[in-house]
Write a protein of this length. Structure first.
Lengths: 367, 443
């Protein structure tokens, strides 16, 4: 055995690391999004792959050029890819291709890199990109395509449940599902079949009854953005993320709790007081996608547990406000980026570490 | 007694690694050349008392303690002093080392141990023996046991004696081996320490499910020197073996009262050797582990044996190691030189490949908060790191940098691979140096 082996690492402890790295965490989130993408392809056809793909390519290409400009190597951590995929997920299946591309470029170049790239983004880049697209191309982002199973709906004039509800409510009072039916919203045959079976077999024993239409919502058989469709797949993915501790559970828990309670109390526009339709609210729009996959981005959320709960609650409350009173049918992305901007304040007011040994840190006085 | 306890905040549950230790533990070959650095303890180097060419016996004094924190160093083998040279120590400095070439006959090896009737000794005589035989804490700190027992003013009130039988990390099996193989020596050693300290309680902290202390109890004779020892089972959780956390885990309080004196099991066995067998601390259990080692295992080795020889006895390397670490991957030191000797404080030699270290490129902080959750002293490592990177060490000190135990939990868990605890230890040593240069106290 040679006395001096060359190439041995001589640094300082610790020398071992946990398996998780930035890249593996991003990879896990991407893997959890794959079933939703597959479902979107199944519902809308392969066109959606083009939207998500171009969005991702634009994000990665922007990251690569900024890497060259700034002399950093952050391409391989995968965060740019994730941003691009999330922006693609937020597009309607019929979105013109320049919209996701330009949104991704904006998200990476302006939001992510203006203060120095990963770790310094002041807003969730994906959500900022989505807001950017909503402001710039409101027209092309409000035409929807009907998914498979939903027959008899005109491909161009399809309306999302939330959009339809917004038009219908204001005049009438009632549960959202009833209003939708009155407004001519279609329910797929698949929904009717599954709901009938559920009511016959498991639910009859519990004495409960599921109205028609909710299975469509959970499976995403409704017009909407391509990535938000499969509520069930998103839920499964988020369970994996939370179980692997890739995201912190406090955010989605607080967000869903606050949002659910507020919806129950005040409804989403049409219901009488104290009888809001929570299930409908959770499974429509991009609530699940944003709560579990965008609001949970650690870089733009607080670090302490009280901070996380405050932040999650804030997102939930804002989503409710925007949905109930806002101009558009939805405002999840706005809710997230607004709360992102409050994160540094939350970190200062609610410090994460419990160390008080020297007593020199004043409450709220984190410099 | 059977409630499983652990410390309160932070730490990490490390995946257990089966070490495949075979009992009885194999005795390593004697070194043909024993290299004895004259600092194997916390304080100043020992003063050399042998000259080149001198013929010495097994266990003869080689270096004499010089002041508090220093300790005697004895020769592990009989032989001739063939070299006196400066060599790098593990702290980044240089230290004088004596090389002894094996020659002549052994006075003790292979002969029957004569047990000295130590019960007739006074406290003072026992302390003297412990100091003479160079007994130091074998857990890496190397603080001489005499300094910790010695109480010149008699001001030590009630104290709790805690025997630390926990493994420092999953790459170490020495503590369990000592408690299994040398259980009677440990029991006697505890009795000796009880004689010196008269503790109000004696606790033995264990995490090894197969330990004889767990199945048979401590079984020390209740005598005039205090109540019998109690066995406490702790949940294996890193870094539980840190004395402050161990005391916290045992007492359930942050600042335990009365004072806890934590002594490792190996040190207790050395106390028995020193007092009852009149034998200096020249031998220890060393774990050789890591995925780069062909046949990992435990060895009983003389100090001064080179780590290369022990690795050789464990089959050498099965694949190219990325690093070779003394005293484990969490708090240990990397060595590049396989001729480096085993010291009194060397618990383990761990050779790891890159598949085990899982090193990867550093990315920006993701603010995931894992480091904060893991910190056993409840610091905010991400914040401290930010301060240090920006050159605001003073601010980091105000945030509690001083309290860092350098356990490495934060850096282990960091998905961005930030060198958190590395930066902390560097910043602290810089501050200490700057304080010394300014001739004042470190603020």
């Amino acid at each position: 055995m040679s006395a001096n082996r060359r190439g041995l690492l001589v640094s300082s402890a610790p020398f071992v690391h946990v398996r998780e790295s930035t890249t593996t965490l991003v990879l896990l989130v991407l893997i959890c999004l794959v079933p939703s993408l597959g479902w979107a392809v199944f519902l809308f056809g392969v066109d959606v792959l083009l939207i998500v793909g171009l969005s991702a390519v634009a994000a990665v290409a922007t990251e690569a050029s900024l890497n060259l400009l700034r002399g950093r190597r952050t391409l391989l951590d995968g965060t740019a890819l994730l941003t691009g995929v999330l922006i693609g997920f937020s597009m309607p299946p019929s979105a013109p291709l320049h919209v996701p591309i330009l949104s991704s470029v904006f998200a990476i170049a302006v939001v992510k890199w203006s203060f120095g790239g990963l770790g310094s983004n002041w807003m969730n880049p994906a959500m900022a990109g989505v807001v950017f697209s909503h402001i710039n191309w409101p027209g092309s982002l409000s035409t929807w395509k009907a998914p498979r199973f939903l027959t008899g709906v005109d491909g161009v004039s399809a309306v999302t449940p939330l959009g339809l509800l917004r038009n219908a409510s204001g005049h009438v009072e009632g549960l959202p599902m009833d209003l939708l039916r009155d407004a001519g919203y279609r329910i797929s045959g698949l929904d009717k079949g599954i709901t009938a079976w559920l009511n016959d077999v498991p639910l009859s024993r519990l004495g409960a009854r599921l109205p028609e239409g909710y299975v469509d919502l959970a499976l995403g058989i409704r017009p909407g953005s391509l990535g938000e469709m499969a509520g069930l797949f998103l839920l499964i993915g988020s369970i994996i993320l939370i179980a692997r501790r890739a995201v912190r559970w406090e955010i989605p828990a607080a967000c869903a709790a606050v949002f659910g309670v507020l919806v129950r109390l005040f409804g989403t526009g049409s219901e009488p007081l104290f009888s809001g339709d929570v299930l409908f609210a959770l499974f429509t729009g991009s609530f699940l996608l944003v709560t579990f996959f965008c609001a949970t981005d650690p870089v733009t959320s607080p670090m302490s547990r009280p901070g996380l709960i405050l932040y999650g609650s804030g997102v939930g409350a804002l989503v409710f406000l925007f949905r109930r009173f806002g101009a558009g049918p939805e405002g999840t992305a706005y809710a997230v980026i607004l709360m992102n901007c409050l994160v540094s304040w939350m970190d200062a007011v609610l410090p994460a570490a419990g160390f008080r040994g020297r007593g020199e840190r004043l409450p709220g006085g984190a410099g | 007694m059977n409630a499983i306890r652990t410390f309160k905040y932070g730490g990490i549950g490390l995946p257990p690694r089966s070490l495949d230790v075979e009992y009885p533990v194999m005795t390593a070959f004697l070194p043909s050349d024993a290299v004895l650095p004259l600092r194997q303890h916390a304080g100043a180097p020992a003063r050399r008392v042998v000259e080149i060419g001198e013929s010495i016996r097994e266990g003869q004094l080689v270096g004499k303690a010089s002041g508090t924190g220093s300790s005697n160093i004895h020769s592990p083998i009989p032989g001739i002093v063939t070299g006196i040279r400066k060599m790098p120590d593990l702290l980044g400095g240089m230290v004088e080392a004596v090389t002894v070439a094996l020659e002549g006959s052994f006075d003790r090896l292979g002969r029957k141990n004569e047990v000295f009737p130590w019960k007739g000794l006074s406290k003072h005589q026992i302390q003297r023996a412990i100091a003479d035989k160079g007994v130091v804490e074998d857990d890496g700190s190397g603080s001489p046991l005499f300094d910790r027992l010695h109480d010149p003013k008699g001001s030590r009130g009630d104290c709790v004696l805690v025997i630390n039988g926990l493994e420092s990390d999953p790459w170490n099996g020495s503590a369990a081996a000592i408690l299994r193989e040398r259980s009677s020596a440990v029991r006697e050693g505890i009795a000796i320490l009880q004689r010196v300290l008269s503790p109000v309680r004696t606790l033995i902290a264990l995490d090894d499910p197969g330990s004889p202390f767990r199945t048979e109890g401590a079984r020390t004779e209740p005598g005039e020197d205090g109540p019998p020892a109690e066995v406490v089972i702790l949940e294996p959780r890193y870094p539980q073996d840190l004395p402050a956390l161990l005391a916290e885990a045992l007492s359930g309080r942050k600042a335990p009262h009365p004072e806890c004196l934590v002594v490792t099991a190996g040190t207790v066995a050395s106390v028995y050797d020193a007092v009852a067998l009149n034998r200096p601390q020249v031998e220890r259990y060393v774990t050789v582990a890591g995925d780069a080692v062909k046949a990992p295992g435990l060895l009983r080795a003389r100090i001064g044996t080179s780590i290369g020889e022990l690795l050789e006895e464990c089959g050498g390397f099965s694949s190219d190691p990325e690093c070779i670490l003394l005293n484990g991957p969490f708090r240990g030191t990397a060595v590049a030189d396989l001729d480096f000797p085993i010291l009194k404080t060397t618990k383990s030699i761990v050779a790891l490949t890159s598949a085990a270290t899982l090193r990867s490129r550093t990315t920006a902080c993701l603010r995931c908060g894992r480091c904060i959750v893991a910190c056993p002293v409840r610091l905010d490592p991400s914040r401290l790191y930010k301060c240090i990177v920006r050159g605001k060490t003073k601010e980091a000190m105000a945030e509690g940098l001083d309290a860092c135990t350098e356990c490495g939990s934060c850096a282990y868990l960091c998905p961005s691979r930030l060198p958190l605890s590395q930066a902390f230890s560097l910043a602290r040593s810089r501050t200490v140096r700057a304080g010394r240069a300014a001739g004042g106290r470190v603020s």
